[in-house]
Design a protein around this ligand. Structure first.
Ligand SMILES: NC(=O)c1ccc[n+]([C@@H]2O[C@H](COP(=O)([O-])OP(=O)(O)OC[C@H]3O[C@@H](n4cnc5c(N)ncnc54)[C@H](OP(=O)(O)O)[C@@H]3O)[C@@H](O)[C@H]2O)c1
Length: 234
């Protein structure tokens, strides 16, 4: 189960619980070295400790994706520790459904900070290193609410920010070049704190859409770079 020094390194944001935690678990099971990040140190450390039991290679790093200084500090810590990020999973998310015509500006900005700008910050920080090393994967966790072509626009600032995340996916895929694959995936409606207990998709299925039926369509990025499985990171 251990990653070993030559194993790929995967960094997952918002991974103290929910889909992010499960992505860490599934990738660790595949032998990857995991950097589990969370904005709250106590929760992140506890989650990483739970996964590391049984010999998995999982370490915790504090990261608040809404804070540019936090992203820069993490980048520096990993660079100083000579830990290259090969796979980046932008999972941290915040569900803000207030309609756009009634939401106040601070709430809208918070939704954009977490769901969109956070992913842009980590992508900008870690993709240049991937490019230098000639290999890399980025998976952005999106949602059907961002699929503007087929869904009625819904979910307010959340859908807006995730639509921007889809656009970021396509544009950074083009900028990053052929050796770096940038995808996004929609986990479906998943039984996490965000999805609630009535959600039909388990966390394990949500983290690996290859096993979940009914989620075959991409949510906004009708592109060959679309991936349905964060756990596989093809
Ligand atoms: N569940 C669903 O039905 C569903 C459907 C479509 C898409 N998604 C997407 O899947 C991803 C994971 O969602 P989930 O269902 O696992 O939700 P969740 O259980 O609510 O987990 C969200 C995670 O994001 C973290 N987070 C929030 N703001 C952050 C910040 N500023 N910096 C770092 N981490 C932050 C949370 O940390 P704290 O514990 O500190 O709050 C938590 O770890 C999200 O991107 C979500 O939009 C979920």
């Amino acid at each position: 189960m251990t990653g070993g020094p030559d194993a790929r390194v995967a960094l997952v944001t918002g991974a103290n619980r929910g889909i992010g935690y499960e992505i860490c678990r599934q990738l660790a099971e595949r032998g990857l070295r995991i950097v589990l990040t969370a904005r709250t140190s106590a929760e992140g450390r506890e989650a990483a400790g739970r996964l590391a039991r049984g010999g998995r290679d999982v370490r915790f790093e504090q990261l608040d994706v809404a804070d540019p200084a936090s992203v820069e500090a993490l980048f520096r810590r990993l660079a100083e520790g000579h830990l290259p990020v090969d796979i980046l999973v932008n999972n941290a998310g915040l569900y803000t459904t207030t309609p756009l015509l009634s939401i106040d500006e601070p709430a809208l900005l918070t939704a954009v900070q977490v769901n969109f700008l956070g992913a842009w910050r980590t992508t900008r920080a870690f993709v240049p290193g991937m490019r230098d090393r000639g290999w890399g994967r980025v998976v952005n966790i999106s949602t059907g609410y961002a699929h503007l072509a087929s869904e009625p626009p819904a979910a307010g600032a959340y859908g807006l920010a995730k639509a921007a995340l889809n656009a970021l996916t396509r544009m950074t895929a083009a900028e990053a070049g052929p050796r770096i694959k940038v995808n996004c995936m929609s986990p479906g409606w998943v039984a996490t704190r965000m999805g609630g207990t009535g959600a039909p998709t388990s966390v394990a299925e949500g983290a690996n859409q290859q096993r979940a039926p009914g989620n075959a369509e991409p949510a906004g990025t009708a592109s060959p770079r679309w991936a349905r499985s964060a756990a596989l990171c093809p």
